[in-house]
Ligand binder design. Structure first.
Ligand code: RBF
Length: 251
């Protein structure tokens, strides 16, 4: 008999105007690579454009909450630069005005307010790009730039995904790091108002990790890749958050 565990009926959401940040740990790389690929698969299937996905890495899972928080602040700074200072191509936003950019960073860094709606009002978030705006760039250059957030939308992230894999060892590190990261990620999403998807596997064995990354079995294709669920959750929360910001309840 089939079990009752799991995500339930799939909902689909249009992620084509979303900007998503992914931060992943580098510990247990095989698992992380599979989880990241599963995440990207569902993000792109939901219409999120590759240039609107920023991927960053940190050494281990313990670094995830801080990095998520800083990434969000950084995207707010980019949005402020694009909207208030006239865009990355202008003299100020283009690097000639680092003092002003630093001030914006300082102001936004202390903020616990969700600035997504504000950015949209002043022309940042949700404003479709002019056709051909990114045109002409070689594919490799575009892909490289996307990794560091230089291409694509400059709105604050609509959702962030934190990916890590903790495997229990013989000391207490597993318990301490799991607890700290879980609490930290929850705190960041409630403090910033930006959804943070919990992509942390807390594993008792390596085999559990292979199962949950969808790379178990002799052929390496068994189990369920939870990254796929995280990508879908990011799109759903990103879309719902926009609705909530505008007093709409998207289902
Ligand atoms: N980070 C992970 O993402 N997964 C792990 O399984 C993991 N195991 C660790 C085990 C020990 C004993 C230590 C000291 C660190 C481990 N870390 C792991 C790294 C940790 O998240 C963090 O990067 C470092 O402690 C530096 O802050």
């Amino acid at each position: 008999m089939a079990g009752i565990k799991g995500l339930g009926e799939a909902h689909t959401y249009d992620g084509s105007s979303l900007r998503i940040g992914i931060i992943h740990a580098r510990w247990n790389t095989r698992l992380i690579a599979a989880l990241l690929s599963g995440t990207l698969k569902t993000l792109t299937a939901a219409g999120v454009k590759r240039e609107n996905i920023v991927i960053q890495s940190v050494p281990g899972s313990y670094e995830l909450p801080y990095a998520v928080q800083r990434m969000y602040t950084s995207s707010q700074t980019q949005a402020a630069g694009a909207s208030i200072l006239g865009g990355a191509g202008s003299g100020i936003g283009g690097g000639g005005g680092m003092g002003i950019m630093q001030s914006a960073t300082d102001l936004l860094g202390g903020s616990t307010t969700d600035l997504t709606g504000l950015a949209r009002e002043v022309g940042g978030a949700g404003v479709p790009k002019e056709e051909g705006e990114e045109g002409g760039a070689p594919a490799e250059a575009a892909a490289g730039a996307a990794e560091t957030g230089q291409a694509g939308l400059k709105q604050p992230f609509d959702a962030l995904i934190a990916i890590g894999a903790l495997i229990k060892g013989s000391t207490m590190h597993f318990e301490y790091i799991s607890e700290a990261v879980s609490q930290g990620l929850m705190r960041v999403q409630l403090d910033t108002g930006c959804p943070v998807i919990f992509g942390l596997l807390t594993l008792l064995t390596e085999e559990q990790g292979m199962e949950r990354a969808g790379i178990a079995g002799a052929r390496g294709d068994e189990g369920h890749n939870h990254g796929e669920d995280w990508g879908a959750a990011a799109v759903e929360l990103g879309v719902k958050r926009r609705g909530w910001a505008e007093g709409r309840f998207v289902e």
